[in-house]
Design a binder for this molecule. Structure first.
Ligand code: FAD
Length: 382
């Protein structure tokens, strides 16, 4: 394992940081206040190649390996102050575009990927049900065979990008008797499908520029062409999506942690109390030293897991460890940054209270911290 960046990866990182700072950071405080998703910025991210980073160029992607994708997403999290936009991009790319690239039939890939990678269409992943979150495979949503297709009925909760999605990657039960192994199927449901609609949009604590809501299917008919990864193949699609999401969405958070660390260091060097910079007080300096330790450990976990993903090694436990550690580190780092900035940290214009609100969801989405600990314990035979 050699994690020193190649010249190409360094250039990739620099170009994404520059792009994010120059193009994506205007009016973020106001956007957060008004919960505004900026479609024009999405289009720019598509043109920059960010919406299809690991997808082969022949389908409109940037053709990066998982490790380079981690570098690019870390750079995005570092350069872009709008964590909601970064989250929407991750929710589109990792559990939607990536599984279409992996499991899609040639026709599906040719038809869907260029517009998804290019920023013309937005995707949402629809797994969580009203009564089934952590117990994702306890889902009730049914897909019943009807001639040359299926009829889908049920509601999906907390779908990131749901209110603005052109396409949803929907998981439904096709064979209740088989359950998790062979009983769940993934469907690509397009916005125009009769009986499919975005319903309630939720207001939320953080990531407020990333729209989230319910998706409802009422006897919606989809043809066999809408099945992703074969009938009964939903568990494999979900597991693959989670491996990518739990590693690469959390690469963006490594970038955010670095930005917060720099902010804390800068403030601790320049803010004086009792006649000296607050960074000279051990209580403040140690807090910031701990931020640095968490950042470096988080980055190593993301890099190692992304490298393993590229080597096609089994990464499920690594993905859970990465997700758990990075999310809890991000949350602690955001909280500590607010504390280091004192009263100013509590004020909106300093942009760290938003980082704290944005960070809280990270221990919930992609499987809660408790579920990651359960998964790790299971891998240890407990
Ligand atoms: C910002 C955000 C974005 C999201 N985006 C999406 C999306 O795009 N698509 C999608 O499908 N879903 C999405 N979700 C939903 C997310 O995956 C679920 O919220 C999450 O899996 C938890 O499910 P739940 O909310 O039903 O909580 P529950 O499963 O009801 O859990 C409640 C509490 O009980 C604990 N708990 C539950 N079971 C156990 C157990 N066996 N052992 C120990 N503790 C347990 C949990 O850890 C949690 O603390 C999103 C959520 C958030 C917050």
């Amino acid at each position: 394992m050699n994690f020193s960046l190649t010249e190409e990866q360094k250039t990739l990182r620099e170009s994404i940081v520059r792009f994010a700072r120059n193009e994506l950071n205007e009016d973020v405080v106001e956007r957060d206040r008004t919960q505004t998703f900026r479609r024009d910025l999405w289009t720019k991210c598509g043109e920059m190649g960010i919406l299809g980073l690991p997808i082969p160029e022949e389908y409109g992607g940037s053709g990066l390996d998982p490790f380079s994708t981690a570098i690019a997403l870390e750079a995005l999290g570092y350069g872009c102050g709008d964590a909601g936009l970064v989250f929407s991009i991750s929710a589109h790319l990792l559990p939607c575009v990536v599984p279409i690239g992996m499991f899609g039939a040639e026709e599906q890939k040719r038809r869907l990927l260029p517009d998804l990678c290019g920023g013309k269409r937005i995707a949402a992943n629809a797994m969580t049900g009203p009564g089934t979150g952590s117990d994702a495979f306890g889902m009730k949503k049914r897909a019943v065979r009807d001639g040359k297709g299926f009829r889908l009925t049920g509601t999906k909760m907390f779908c990131s990008n749901g209110p603005i999605a052109d396409l949803a990657v929907v998981f439904a039960v096709t064979d209740p008797e088989k359950g998790y192994h062979g009983g769940i199927t993934t469907f690509l449901v397009e916005k125009e499908t009769e009986g499919f609609r975005a319903s309630q949009k939720f207001e939320k604590m953080g990531l407020r520029t990333s729209p989230i809501g319910e998706l409802v299917l009422e006897n919606a008919f989809v043809s066999e062409d809408a099945v992703l990864g074969g009938v009964g193949g939903g568990a494999a699609v979900f597991a693959h999506s989670m491996d990518w999401e739990r590693i690469l969405l959390f690469a963006t958070h490594v970038g955010t942690m670095e930005r917060l660390l720099e902010k804390a260091v800068e403030y601790a060097r320049t803010r004086t109390q009792f006649g000296q910079p607050i960074g000279k007080f051990q209580a403040v300096a140690h807090k910031i030293a701990d931020m640095k330790v968490r950042l470096e450990a988080a980055r190593l976990l993301v890099y190692r897991s992304a490298w393993k993903l590229g080597e096609k090694k089994s990464v499920s436990m690594d993905a859970s460890i990465t997700k758990l550690f990075v999310s809890e580190s991000l949350l602690e780092t955001a909280l500590d940054t607010v504390q280091v900035l004192g009263g100013y940290g509590f004020m909106t214009e300093y942009e760290v209270e938003r980082a704290l609100r944005d960070a809280i969801g990270s221990t919930i989405y992609s499987g809660t911290s408790e579920m990651q600990r359960n998964i790790i314990a299971r891998w240890l035979g407990l």
